[in-house]
Design a protein around this ligand. Structure first.
Ligand code: HEM
Length: 332
């Protein structure tokens, strides 16, 4: 059994496994030290002395409503608003973005309480594999049609004047109406991004990522037996054969990007099988989703909590713009 399954590291220290049954806690920036990150440092002690526990905050919220009026008229409001914005973002990402991306017919729901009875470690670490597989630059169209004008995609880079000229409403409207590029299958990376992909491959070698087929096995998928099984595109299969010689030598990123796309999807099954759990962990692993924090007091009261629970992309945009553009992850 992976010793990290017992969640030995406290105070949001990160558990790293060694060998079969050994582990180490990485207590970096937790303010604690010791084998299991349980020894408070100076600032952690000061912090615990000054900060009312979530339980006390919850009590105050229930019994002293006026208190929150004062809080919300103080600079603390900014802190609460930042946390509310984090919650709104997670809600919108799950219920609108992931919903659209997954193509699922059932409705996704953001409800952290569903995980409270599960073994789940709340951690904001991102896996290097997720960082790599999310290089979805091929989503970007080569150009955008904004208010009748065609603006090249690279024309935005370091150029705030596009936003200043057209305004956020017209840009959002344009981005929501224009279809995105296909992510997987190959041959869809803009030339300006090739250098990013090149350095990505170098990085993958530097950290010695395992071959694509090894990741297939880890994620309960059958390893590919040939390049022509990986892709229907003969040219790509031939190129990979020449470069790698053996399907078991194929690297992670080329594998996940060049795999044949699933019918009606923008990428192949490996991207889906590996990306989905990473994505879920990244969204639900935020501290605000943990039982300690998922309560009104974290968000400046019931009002802030409700802003999160009822957040939509349209509200986020249209409560902040002069007029309400078409705004959606789905083209009309
Ligand atoms: C105009 C649009 C974009 C440009 C010019 C751009 C360019 C870049 C550049 C220059 C890097 C850093 C490469 C390096 O230093 O190794 C990068 C990293 C990255 N990009 Fe983009 N990108 C764009 C849009 C996107 C989009 C739409 C996505 C995903 C949907 C994306 C995903 C990523 C990821 C995951 C990384 C790695 C981040 C990291 O390692 O910290 N990018 N991009």
């Amino acid at each position: 059994v992976n010793p990290c399954c017992y969640y030995p590291c406290q105070n949001r220290g990160v558990c790293v496994r060694y060998g079969t049954d050994q582990y180490k806690c990485d207590c970096t920036r937790t303010g604690y030290s010791g084998v299991n990150c349980t020894d408070p440092g100076f600032w952690a002690k000061v912090h615990t002395m000054l900060k009312p526990s979530p339980q006390v905050q919850d009590y105050i919220l229930r019994h002293f409503e006026k208190f929150w009026d004062y809080v919300n008229n103080s600079p603390l409001r900014d802190t609460f608003m930042r946390i509310v914005l984090t919650g709104e973002t997670i809600k919108i990402i799950i219920e609108e973005y992931v919903q659209q991306l997954s193509g699922y017919f059932f409705k996704l729901k953001f409800d952290p309480t569903l995980l409270f009875k599960e073994q789940f470690q709340y951690s904001n670490r991102i896996a290097v594999e997720f960082d790599h597989l999310y290089h979805w630059h091929s989503l970007l169209p080569d150009s955008y049609l904004i208010d009748g004008d065609e603006i090249s995609a690279t024309g935005f880079v370091f150029n705030g004047s596009v936003l200043a000229n057209y305004g956020v409403e017209k840009m959002v409207d344009s981005f929501s109406r224009q279809i995105a590029g296909q992510i997987g299958g190959g041959q869809n990376f803009h030339e300006s991004i090739i250098r990013v992909i090149r350095s990505l491959l170098h990085h993958g070698r530097e950290v010695r990522l395992q071959p694509f087929n090894e990741y297939r096995k880890k994620f309960d998928q059958k390893p590919y037996e040939s390049f022509s099984e990986l892709t229907d595109n003969e040219e790509i299969a031939k190129g990979l054969e020449e470069a790698y010689g053996d399907i078991d030598a194929l690297e992670f990123f080329p594998g996940i990007m060049l795999e044949k796309t699933s019918p009606g999807h923008i990428f192949g099954e490996s991207m889906f099988q590996m990306g989905a759990p990473f994505s879920l962990k990244g969204l639900m692993g935020n501290a605000i989703c943990s039982p300690e924090y998922w309560k009104p007091s974290t968000f400046g009261g019931e009002t802030g909590f409700n802003i999160i629970k009822t957040a939509t992309l349209e509200k986020l945009v249209c409560l902040n713009t002069k007029w309400c553009p078409y705004v959606s992850f789905r083209v009309p």
